[in-house]
Design a protein around this ligand. Sequence first.
Ligand code: UDP
Ligand code: MG
Length: 316
Amino acid sequence: MADILYVVVPCYNEEAVLPETSKRLREKLSSLIKADKISDKSRIIFVDDGSKDKTWEIISELYEVDDIFGGIKLSRNKGHQNALLAGLMTAKEDADMIISMDADLQDDINAVDQFVDKYYEGCDIVYGVRSSRKTDTAFKRGTAGMFYKLMQLLGVDIVDNHADYRLMSKRAVEALSQFKEVNLFLRGIVKQIGFKSDIVYYERSERFAGESKYPLKKMLSFAFDGITSFSIKPIRLVTVLGFVVFLISIGFIIYTIVSNILGITVAGWSSLMCSLWFLSGLQIMALGIVGEYIGKIYTEVKKRPKFIIDEYKRHE
Ligand code: UDP
Ligand code: MG
């Protein structure tokens, strides 16, 4: 008996792509079921992340007409990472393996075959990695490249060019559920789980329809979140900076005293202004970074739920 596969797809205002995405996913899963690679209890679960358009109507309709489709409706928009997590946590109850992918068909559906093969070879996690970013704009490519470099520089262990297109086994998702943090950065956390893993390369294509739900502002906050959730290097950097400034200031004090004794001091307006601005700036920056972490602690200690499910539709 083949294992059960659940495909989890977070959707936020995706009415433009859902008809096509569901069609292609159904074809893919049907062929896998026919080849007896996955069980006929396999499902495609769309997670509606509080969409304002017809997304939930479309999902409900799919659920009505075909047993293979299921839907989870979140009580409100919680962002891609939380929507994905809601899907994973719900799916793990019934699935042996779960594949997560975006709704916009940017991830090549044909990689699913290799994901499943690797799963049967004993991998608990299979990462989908983009072999090229030809279709992304030069800007997105550049910023994303910088982001991965920066993360690695800061000591965060992530897979290069891997977004959230991956397969996880039931026990990998169960392990994931033990990570209780509220500030969720799945790409980093999944790497922490361990287990046997492998990589599948695929071509990333253009968004099939509709526009990106990740404008620059969201991308920046996502990157910042990723860094502060995983690395305390920024704090350490501030400490080192403070120490260096302290050393420099000792030099300045000696210089000032010596100048004073030699009687060559002049009304030092410019030097005063310089140090005033420099040090104030530095202090504010340091405070800001420390504040970021305090903010993180603040949200963590509250232990708020990461998502609330309004409705779960699925055929047994
Ligand atoms: N998404 C979501 N909630 C959000 C924003 C996005 O569930 O608040 C979903 C979206 O529907 C898509 C995936 O996350 O399936 C990735 O978003 P998008 O393709 O817009 O991002 P990009 O590929 O441009 O980075
Ligand atoms: Mg996309």
